[in-house]
Design a protein around this ligand. Sequence first.
Ligand code: CP
Ligand code: NVA
Length: 314
Amino acid sequence: MKPGMSLIKHYLQFKDLRAEEYAYLFERTREIKKRFKNYEKYTPLTDRTLAMIFEKASTRTRVSFEAGMYQMGGSVVHLTTGDSQLGRSEPIEDSARVISRMVDIVMIRTYEQTKIERFAAYSRVPVINGLTNEYHPCQILADLFTYVEHRGTNVNCLKGKVVAWVGDGNNMANTWLQAAEVLGFTVHVSTPSGYEIDPAIAGVKNPACYKTFKDPMEACHGADLVTTDVWTSMGWEAENEERLKAFADWRVDAEMMAAAKPDALFMHCLPAHRGEEVTADVIDGPQSVVWDEAENRMHVQKALMEYLLLGRIG
Ligand code: CP
Ligand code: NVA
């Protein structure tokens, strides 16, 4: 079989899975989380190995994948650009062929989406996107599960909801748009000029999945969820000074939260900068669910790895 022609299921973008697969994953996440909370051993991935490749920094992604894999009976190998041949120009295709002969599943955090796609095309095992310049699907998976936990019973509760995105048209914003298209909600996007989302890069076709607003307050009006992210993502550090000026009016504060529905939630993928993209009273306030979001990274990713490796259970 030619590279790229395999039937292996990868998770490179949010739209790689369908709505019914998300419904299943959320059911499994609920079950897996319940077992974890009850200290019930659940080790379906005994003797399986996850390789984690990090070309950018991480706290949550590393801890959640590593702890999650051990809890499921497996083990992990941790590679970074600096301590592997990836940093010394070994072709990504060769790395993929070698690594995927020795492990059962791979998670990659890197720069261009094309890099992870090239890796996946030559991999014998499932590849998961742990963040690229363009997308962060595992984070949105956790965010949606968190929303459902707080405001509904299953994935259908997302239908017709409004998510306000305030800030950069970045990897998180792109992934929110894909999620809206797959699961039937709308994203109200407000970014400073020059930092807009590009629907072609976001990879969405349905124009009904998002609306753009010049004024962030208008984007928040009537929203069920308000969310933001750092003004300067990893890889854009050289632009930090100009971004601090450009984004000054795109700080989520109590006034913006007041424009949203009274029961609106606040989310942030973290790490956060209090006083930049969000005020301390909002992120540390009663509508914020950021710690649940962070914890749920582990539970949803355990369900995702179980699904990619074992398929549907039962
Ligand atoms: N939200 C998130 O992916 O966090 P880390 O960068 O710490 O992994
Ligand atoms: N947009 C941020 C997300 C960090 C988890 C970044 O790419 O740095």
